[in-house]
Design a binder for this molecule. Structure first.
Ligand code: HPA
Length: 281
Protein backbone atom coordinates (compact mmCIF):
# COMPACT_ATOMS: atom_id res chain seq x y z
CA UNK A 1 0.00 0.00 0.00
CA UNK A 2 2.72 2.44 1.02
CA UNK A 3 4.56 1.91 -2.21
CA UNK A 4 1.76 2.14 -4.67
CA UNK A 5 3.25 5.23 -6.29
CA UNK A 6 6.91 4.95 -5.35
CA UNK A 7 9.15 2.92 -7.60
CA UNK A 8 11.13 0.17 -5.88
CA UNK A 9 12.14 0.14 -2.26
CA UNK A 10 15.23 1.38 -0.47
CA UNK A 11 16.79 0.53 2.86
CA UNK A 12 18.22 3.21 5.14
CA UNK A 13 21.57 2.98 3.34
CA UNK A 14 19.92 3.60 -0.01
CA UNK A 15 20.28 0.04 -1.40
CA UNK A 16 17.36 -0.58 -3.68
CA UNK A 17 15.38 -3.77 -4.16
CA UNK A 18 13.54 -3.99 -7.44
CA UNK A 19 13.74 -7.62 -8.33
CA UNK A 20 12.56 -11.10 -7.42
CA UNK A 21 11.11 -12.94 -4.49
CA UNK A 22 14.06 -12.56 -2.11
CA UNK A 23 14.08 -8.84 -2.79
CA UNK A 24 10.38 -8.75 -1.92
CA UNK A 25 11.06 -10.45 1.43
CA UNK A 26 13.93 -8.06 2.15
CA UNK A 27 11.76 -5.20 1.08
CA UNK A 28 8.94 -6.23 3.43
CA UNK A 29 11.45 -6.32 6.29
CA UNK A 30 12.60 -2.82 5.44
CA UNK A 31 9.06 -1.50 5.17
CA UNK A 32 8.15 -3.13 8.50
CA UNK A 33 10.70 -0.87 10.19
CA UNK A 34 9.37 2.24 8.44
CA UNK A 35 6.99 4.34 10.50
CA UNK A 36 3.39 5.32 10.05
CA UNK A 37 2.89 9.08 10.44
CA UNK A 38 0.11 10.18 12.77
CA UNK A 39 -0.98 13.81 12.69
CA UNK A 40 -3.05 14.68 15.73
CA UNK A 41 -5.52 17.52 15.31
CA UNK A 42 -7.54 19.46 17.86
CA UNK A 43 -8.02 17.34 20.97
CA UNK A 44 -5.24 14.90 20.14
CA UNK A 45 -2.02 16.61 21.17
CA UNK A 46 -0.50 13.42 22.55
CA UNK A 47 -0.93 9.66 22.46
CA UNK A 48 -1.80 8.79 26.05
CA UNK A 49 -0.24 5.55 27.21
CA UNK A 50 2.16 5.21 24.26
CA UNK A 51 5.86 5.55 25.02
CA UNK A 52 7.39 8.02 22.59
CA UNK A 53 10.70 9.82 22.30
CA UNK A 54 10.99 13.43 21.23
CA UNK A 55 12.95 14.19 18.07
CA UNK A 56 13.45 17.31 16.00
CA UNK A 57 13.47 16.85 12.22
CA UNK A 58 15.17 19.45 10.04
CA UNK A 59 13.49 20.08 6.69
CA UNK A 60 14.03 22.75 4.07
CA UNK A 61 10.79 24.34 5.32
CA UNK A 62 11.98 24.49 8.95
CA UNK A 63 12.33 22.22 11.97
CA UNK A 64 9.51 19.99 13.14
CA UNK A 65 9.15 18.50 16.63
CA UNK A 66 7.87 14.93 16.46
CA UNK A 67 7.64 11.99 18.82
CA UNK A 68 8.64 8.49 17.77
CA UNK A 69 7.94 5.09 19.20
CA UNK A 70 6.19 1.79 18.71
CA UNK A 71 2.44 1.31 18.96
CA UNK A 72 0.30 -1.70 18.11
CA UNK A 73 3.20 -3.47 16.43
CA UNK A 74 4.19 -0.56 14.18
CA UNK A 75 6.81 2.14 14.31
CA UNK A 76 4.99 5.47 14.57
CA UNK A 77 5.87 9.13 14.28
CA UNK A 78 3.41 11.40 16.05
CA UNK A 79 3.10 15.06 15.17
CA UNK A 80 0.73 17.46 16.93
CA UNK A 81 -0.63 19.64 14.14
CA UNK A 82 -1.25 22.67 16.35
CA UNK A 83 2.27 22.61 17.83
CA UNK A 84 3.69 21.54 21.17
CA UNK A 85 1.70 24.21 23.04
CA UNK A 86 -1.44 23.76 20.91
CA UNK A 87 -1.19 27.44 20.01
CA UNK A 88 -0.92 27.39 16.21
CA UNK A 89 -4.05 28.62 14.47
CA UNK A 90 -5.05 26.73 11.29
CA UNK A 91 -3.43 29.30 8.96
CA UNK A 92 -0.19 29.28 11.02
CA UNK A 93 0.45 25.53 10.82
CA UNK A 94 3.69 24.67 8.99
CA UNK A 95 1.98 22.26 6.58
CA UNK A 96 4.95 21.95 4.22
CA UNK A 97 7.47 21.29 7.01
CA UNK A 98 5.15 18.74 8.65
CA UNK A 99 4.71 16.65 5.50
CA UNK A 100 8.38 17.07 4.54
CA UNK A 101 9.38 15.78 8.02
CA UNK A 102 7.14 12.72 7.77
CA UNK A 103 8.49 12.06 4.28
CA UNK A 104 12.07 12.43 5.47
CA UNK A 105 11.43 9.89 8.24
CA UNK A 106 10.23 7.44 5.60
CA UNK A 107 6.58 7.26 6.65
CA UNK A 108 4.73 4.64 4.61
CA UNK A 109 1.31 6.13 5.40
CA UNK A 110 -0.13 9.17 7.14
CA UNK A 111 -3.26 9.02 9.25
CA UNK A 112 -4.51 12.43 10.33
CA UNK A 113 -7.28 13.39 12.73
CA UNK A 114 -9.46 16.47 12.20
CA UNK A 115 -12.22 17.99 14.30
CA UNK A 116 -15.05 19.13 12.03
CA UNK A 117 -18.46 20.72 12.07
CA UNK A 118 -21.25 18.61 10.53
CA UNK A 119 -23.09 20.16 7.62
CA UNK A 120 -25.37 17.12 7.21
CA UNK A 121 -27.94 16.45 9.94
CA UNK A 122 -27.30 12.69 9.96
CA UNK A 123 -23.65 13.26 10.90
CA UNK A 124 -24.17 13.76 14.61
CA UNK A 125 -21.67 15.22 17.06
CA UNK A 126 -19.52 12.29 18.20
CA UNK A 127 -19.70 10.48 14.85
CA UNK A 128 -16.61 9.74 12.79
CA UNK A 129 -16.36 10.64 9.10
CA UNK A 130 -13.92 9.64 6.37
CA UNK A 131 -13.48 12.14 3.54
CA UNK A 132 -12.84 10.92 0.01
CA UNK A 133 -12.98 14.42 -1.51
CA UNK A 134 -12.32 17.97 -0.41
CA UNK A 135 -13.40 21.44 -1.47
CA UNK A 136 -10.79 24.10 -0.81
CA UNK A 137 -11.87 27.51 0.51
CA UNK A 138 -8.51 28.40 2.03
CA UNK A 139 -6.87 31.63 0.95
CA UNK A 140 -3.41 32.25 2.33
CA UNK A 141 -1.67 28.92 2.61
CA UNK A 142 1.31 27.33 0.91
CA UNK A 143 0.13 25.35 -2.08
CA UNK A 144 2.94 22.95 -2.90
CA UNK A 145 6.17 21.31 -1.73
CA UNK A 146 7.69 22.27 -5.08
CA UNK A 147 7.84 26.03 -4.85
CA UNK A 148 11.56 26.70 -5.15
CA UNK A 149 12.15 29.50 -7.61
CA UNK A 150 13.27 27.95 -10.84
CA UNK A 151 12.09 24.44 -9.99
CA UNK A 152 9.71 22.62 -12.27
CA UNK A 153 5.99 23.12 -11.54
CA UNK A 154 4.36 19.93 -10.32
CA UNK A 155 0.68 19.47 -11.20
CA UNK A 156 -0.28 16.74 -8.77
CA UNK A 157 -3.31 14.57 -9.49
CA UNK A 158 -5.90 14.77 -6.69
CA UNK A 159 -8.65 12.71 -8.27
CA UNK A 160 -8.34 10.38 -5.27
CA UNK A 161 -6.70 12.58 -2.61
CA UNK A 162 -7.38 10.23 0.29
CA UNK A 163 -6.01 6.67 0.04
CA UNK A 164 -8.91 4.28 -0.70
CA UNK A 165 -7.06 1.37 0.93
CA UNK A 166 -6.43 3.29 4.13
CA UNK A 167 -10.04 4.50 4.16
CA UNK A 168 -11.35 0.95 3.76
CA UNK A 169 -9.13 -0.28 6.57
CA UNK A 170 -10.22 2.54 8.89
CA UNK A 171 -13.91 1.95 8.10
CA UNK A 172 -13.55 -1.81 8.69
CA UNK A 173 -11.86 -1.27 12.04
CA UNK A 174 -14.46 1.31 13.07
CA UNK A 175 -17.25 -1.22 12.37
CA UNK A 176 -15.36 -3.85 14.38
CA UNK A 177 -15.32 -1.41 17.27
CA UNK A 178 -19.01 -0.51 16.81
CA UNK A 179 -18.20 3.13 16.10
CA UNK A 180 -20.41 5.18 13.80
CA UNK A 181 -18.36 6.19 10.77
CA UNK A 182 -19.65 7.98 7.66
CA UNK A 183 -17.83 7.23 4.41
CA UNK A 184 -17.34 9.08 1.11
CA UNK A 185 -17.54 12.40 2.85
CA UNK A 186 -16.83 15.74 1.18
CA UNK A 187 -14.65 17.87 3.46
CA UNK A 188 -14.88 21.63 3.03
CA UNK A 189 -11.78 23.45 4.22
CA UNK A 190 -12.12 27.07 5.30
CA UNK A 191 -9.37 29.49 6.19
CA UNK A 192 -10.48 30.15 9.78
CA UNK A 193 -9.67 30.86 12.47
CA UNK A 194 -13.20 32.21 12.69
CA UNK A 195 -16.11 29.83 12.39
CA UNK A 196 -18.34 30.12 9.34
CA UNK A 197 -21.47 32.18 8.83
CA UNK A 198 -24.75 30.26 8.41
CA UNK A 199 -24.87 31.61 4.83
CA UNK A 200 -21.48 30.04 4.09
CA UNK A 201 -22.64 26.74 5.56
CA UNK A 202 -25.77 26.84 3.37
CA UNK A 203 -23.56 27.48 0.35
CA UNK A 204 -21.26 24.57 1.29
CA UNK A 205 -24.31 22.30 1.64
CA UNK A 206 -25.50 23.36 -1.82
CA UNK A 207 -22.05 22.58 -3.21
CA UNK A 208 -22.15 19.08 -1.78
CA UNK A 209 -20.07 19.58 1.37
CA UNK A 210 -20.73 17.18 4.25
CA UNK A 211 -18.38 18.47 6.95
CA UNK A 212 -16.38 21.64 7.46
CA UNK A 213 -12.97 22.10 9.03
CA UNK A 214 -9.97 24.39 8.86
CA UNK A 215 -6.90 22.17 8.65
CA UNK A 216 -7.41 19.40 6.08
CA UNK A 217 -6.01 21.44 3.17
CA UNK A 218 -3.23 21.78 2.09
CA UNK A 219 -2.08 18.87 4.28
CA UNK A 220 -3.72 16.22 2.10
CA UNK A 221 -2.45 17.88 -1.09
CA UNK A 222 1.14 17.96 0.16
CA UNK A 223 0.89 14.29 1.16
CA UNK A 224 -0.23 13.55 -2.42
CA UNK A 225 2.79 15.45 -3.70
CA UNK A 226 5.04 13.45 -1.39
CA UNK A 227 3.30 10.27 -2.65
CA UNK A 228 2.45 9.13 0.86
CA UNK A 229 -0.95 7.42 1.15
CA UNK A 230 -2.99 9.68 3.44
CA UNK A 231 -6.34 9.45 5.20
CA UNK A 232 -8.15 11.74 7.60
CA UNK A 233 -10.34 10.52 10.43
CA UNK A 234 -12.75 13.37 11.04
CA UNK A 235 -14.61 13.70 14.30
CA UNK A 236 -17.83 15.71 14.17
CA UNK A 237 -17.65 17.92 17.24
CA UNK A 238 -20.71 20.09 16.51
CA UNK A 239 -23.33 20.95 13.94
CA UNK A 240 -21.99 23.68 11.67
CA UNK A 241 -23.00 27.31 12.11
CA UNK A 242 -26.71 27.99 11.80
CA UNK A 243 -27.67 24.31 12.14
CA UNK A 244 -28.12 24.35 15.89
CA UNK A 245 -29.86 26.85 18.14
CA UNK A 246 -26.69 27.91 19.99
CA UNK A 247 -23.75 29.93 18.61
CA UNK A 248 -20.57 27.86 18.17
CA UNK A 249 -17.80 27.87 20.73
CA UNK A 250 -14.28 26.52 20.75
CA UNK A 251 -15.08 25.07 24.16
CA UNK A 252 -17.77 22.74 22.81
CA UNK A 253 -15.31 21.50 20.18
CA UNK A 254 -12.76 20.65 22.89
CA UNK A 255 -15.37 19.10 25.19
CA UNK A 256 -16.62 16.80 22.46
CA UNK A 257 -13.06 15.85 21.53
CA UNK A 258 -12.41 14.97 25.19
CA UNK A 259 -15.41 12.62 25.06
CA UNK A 260 -14.39 11.04 21.75
CA UNK A 261 -10.65 10.70 22.36
CA UNK A 262 -10.77 7.20 23.93
CA UNK A 263 -12.69 5.87 20.88
CA UNK A 264 -10.36 7.70 18.52
CA UNK A 265 -7.32 6.15 20.20
CA UNK A 266 -8.91 2.67 20.08
CA UNK A 267 -9.59 3.17 16.38
CA UNK A 268 -6.04 4.34 15.63
CA UNK A 269 -4.60 1.40 17.56
CA UNK A 270 -6.80 -1.09 15.71
CA UNK A 271 -5.88 0.40 12.32
CA UNK A 272 -2.16 0.33 13.10
CA UNK A 273 -2.36 -3.30 14.22
CA UNK A 274 -3.85 -4.20 10.82
CA UNK A 275 -1.66 -1.97 8.67
CA UNK A 276 0.60 -4.65 7.25
CA UNK A 277 3.70 -3.87 5.24
CA UNK A 278 3.10 -4.27 1.51
CA UNK A 279 5.63 -5.05 -1.23
CA UNK A 280 6.09 -2.50 -4.00
CA UNK A 281 3.71 -2.84 -6.92
N1 HPA B 1 -16.18 24.75 11.50
C1 HPA B 1 -14.88 24.72 11.18
N2 HPA B 1 -14.00 23.98 11.84
C2 HPA B 1 -14.44 23.23 12.84
C3 HPA B 1 -15.79 23.21 13.22
C4 HPA B 1 -16.71 24.01 12.51
O1 HPA B 1 -17.92 24.04 12.79
N3 HPA B 1 -15.90 22.34 14.26
C5 HPA B 1 -14.67 21.85 14.50
N4 HPA B 1 -13.77 22.37 13.65
Amino acid sequence: MGWQHKPGCEDREGNSFDGGESDTILCLRVIATMPVGLIGGTGLSELEGVELEAEVVATRFGEVAVRRGRWAGREVVFLGRHGADQNLAPHQIPYQANIAALDKLGCTHIIATNAVGAIRQDIEPGHFALPNQFIDFTKTRPLTLFDDTGSETVYVDVTEPYSPQLRDLIAEQAWELNLVIHQDIVYVCTEGPRFETPAEIQMFATLGGDVVGMTGVPEVVLACEAQIPYASICIATNYAAGLSAQPLTDQEVHELMDQCRPDLLRLLEAVLSQLKPQPPT
